[in-house]
Structures are given as structure tokens and as C-alpha cells.
Design a protein around this ligand. Structure first.
Ligand code: C5P
Length: 303
């Protein structure tokens, strides 16, 4: 059986909404990176006739009950990913007993459900083929991922990328400076379609070009990010005002270089040069806001 997979939290460091397609989906440009923290998906063979999924972990109950947002298909997005995989490759997949350790809050703008679906595709492929996918097979997995949700393709590799289109066009970044991230969520699920619906403008300015030198150091990355935005922040704040308190707390955290909301919220993040600073601020925020979900994690370098 394949080893358990980490379904890393996806963070939109910048997210510009630049248009809307005729089918209602929005065109966007985003720089995404992934924390070394996430849900964990594991699989065992089963004597049963079908795949089975067991949820555990701090947000298992929230996932089972969730009807709010981009995780609304929640647990069965993992099972749908396995079905789509078997159909696309025309191969029978041995029935799997899956366990999803749900450590990321649901409907929270950090891609939990999408990361789980991407992990299911990779785990399912490994169970089917007994090896990692090659380049052509990865491209097919990305196609299948796009049918499961706009954020699923970027979660497949879960490495820093510039994404465009509706989110399904993913260009991996050739280098990325390692640093640390602090994630904070006020415990309030946000429905992605409702945030998009509250946008005042859908033709916002695009991202400024990203030069190789902008990725050379953490300082350079922060400098580039200062000229970017998350266009979903204003509509999300209107829908869920407590997000403002989270942003304010992160902005004044000593050592925080940039504080912003991820995706359609409500999770916000702050970037730090090192994990010790991020963990220190995580402890401080946890003391002050016991009701919030708070997590510090490294963001791996790409060299
Ligand atoms: O693709 P996914 O199921 O993750 O998207 C959830 C919802 O977010 C969509 O139904 C749509 O309302 C909104 N969305 C959008 N434009 C995008 C991505 C998502 O309007 N590019």
C-alpha cells in the first residue's frame, strides 16, 4: 500500500480577480504556496466491495456537517476523485479503506477539500500502478483534477506556483525562498460562491510581472507581494466581519512581514522569516484568542 500523504494547506499569497467567464466562473491570477502542514490521507486494502472513507481528527465533525462552502462535497470529494481516476485510466482500482485525518478547518480558504482530492488522486494512482506517475500521467491527473474543482490541479504538486484561468492553469515556480507561515481562522466557515458574488469589481488590475530576482530571497518576495492584493478580502470582510480582527492581530505580530487573507477566507496568514518567530506568535495568539484555530508551519524552499 502507498504511504500516507500530506494534503498540504494551500495559501493564496496574492489573488487578483481579473474577469468573469460566461459560465459565471471568475478569471484570476494567484501566487500560491503550500504549508508543511495539512490533512493526512492514508489507505489500507479492504475485503469490502467498495472504497470506504473514515474521518478522524479535529475537523472530522465539521466536515461531516459542512454545507457552507467549497468543501460541501467534503468527504465524498475523495471518493469522487478515486472514481474519476479509475474511469479516466480504464483500470480497476482495488477497493481501499481510506482514513482522512482532517486537521485543516473546512470551508476556510486554504484548500482543504481540494488538497484532499489531489491527495486521493496521487494515492489512488500509486495503489493502481504501484509507482509514482510519470510526466504524461501527471498531466492526465491534472486534467482529472480540473473536473473535481478549480483548486485541485494546483494541489497535485503542492509546490509554489503562479495560477491563472479559473485557477486550473498552473505554472510551477522554478525557485522559492523558504520561510514560515502563521495561519489563523476565527472559526467561521465561509461559502466561496457568496464571496465571489459580493465582488464590486471583476476587472481588477493583473499581477505585476514576477521576475526571477523577486524569488531570490524572502525579502524580495515580500517586496513583490506588497504590490499585490487579495481581491476577495473586501467582499469576505463584508460577509464575515470577524475576519478584520484576525487580520489586525496578525498585522501587529512582531516579526510578521505581510498579513493577508487566503482564498475566499476566513483563514488569514502572516509570513515570517523563520519558524521560531512564527511559533512564538502562534503561542501568543492562542493565549489571547482561544476560540481561533491557529497553526504555524514552515514553507519549503524550492532551489
Ligand atoms: O471549483 P470549486 O468547486 O472549488 O469552486 C467553488 C465555487 O467558487 C464555484 O462554484 C464558483 O461559484 C466559485 N469560483 C469562481 N471562480 C473561480 C473559482 C471558483 O467563481 N475561478
Amino acid at each position: 500500500m502507498p504511504a500516507p500523504l500530506l494534503a498540504r494547506a494551500k495559501i493564496n499569497y496574492a489573488l487578483h480577480v481579473t474577469g468573469r467567464r460566461a459560465d459565471g466562473y471568475h478569471l484570476l491570477q494567484s501566487l500560491v504556496a503550500f504549508a508543511e502542514f495539512g490533512d493526512v490521507l492514508s489507505a489500507e486494502p479492504t475485503a469490502g466491495a467498495d472504497h470506504a472513507l473514515t474521518l478522524k481528527g479535529p475537523f472530522a465533525g465539521a466536515l461531516a456537517a459542512d454545507t457552507a462552502g467549497d468543501n460541501k462535497t467534503g468527504d465524498n470529494l475523495v471518493l469522487r476523485a478515486l472514481d474519476a481516476l479509475a474511469r479516466a485510466f480504464g483500470t480497476a482500482l482495488p477497493p481501499l479503506a481510506l482514513t482522512l485525518d482532517k486537521r485543516l478547518p473546512v470551508a476556510s480558504g486554504i484548500g482543504g477539500g481540494s488538497a484532499d482530492a489531489a491527495a486521493a488522486l496521487r494515492l489512488g494512482f500509486a495503489a493502481m500502478a504501484g509507482r509514482e506517475p510519470g510526466e504524461d500521467e501527471m498531466a492526465r491527473l491534472a486534467e482529472i483534477a480540473g473536473t473535481l474543482g478549480a483548486d485541485v490541479p494546483m494541489c497535485l504538486a503542492s509546490t509554489p506556483a503562479l495560477v491563472s484561468g479559473t485557477g486550473t492553469e498552473v505554472a510551477s515556480l522554478p525557485r522559492f525562498p523558504g520561510h514560515a507561515i502563521l495561519l489563523a481562522n476565527p472559526g467561521l466557515p465561509v461559502a466561496t460562491p457568496e464571496v465571489f458574488a459580493r465582488l464590486e469589481r471583476r476587472d481588477n488590475p493583473p499581477l505585476s510581472p514576477l521576475a526571477d530576482s523577486d524569488l531570490a530571497t524572502f525579502d524580495a518576495l515580500v517586496g513583490w507581494l506588497e504590490g499585490t492584493r487579495n481581491d476577495l478580502e473586501t467582499p469576505a470582510l463584508r460577509l464575515a466581519p470577524p475576519i478584520a480582527e484576525v487580520l489586525a492581530a496578525l498585522r501587529v505580530a512582531p516579526g510578521a512581514r505581510l498579513a493577508r487573507m487566503s482564498g475566499s477566507g476566513a483563514t488569514c496568514f502572516a509570513l515570517f522569516a523563520g519558524i521560531e518567530e512564527a511559533e512564538r506568535e502562534a503561542r501568543r495568539l492562542t493565549d489571547r484568542h482561544p476560540g481561533w484555530w491557529i497553526q504555524a508551519a514552515p514553507v519549503a524552499a524550492v532551489a
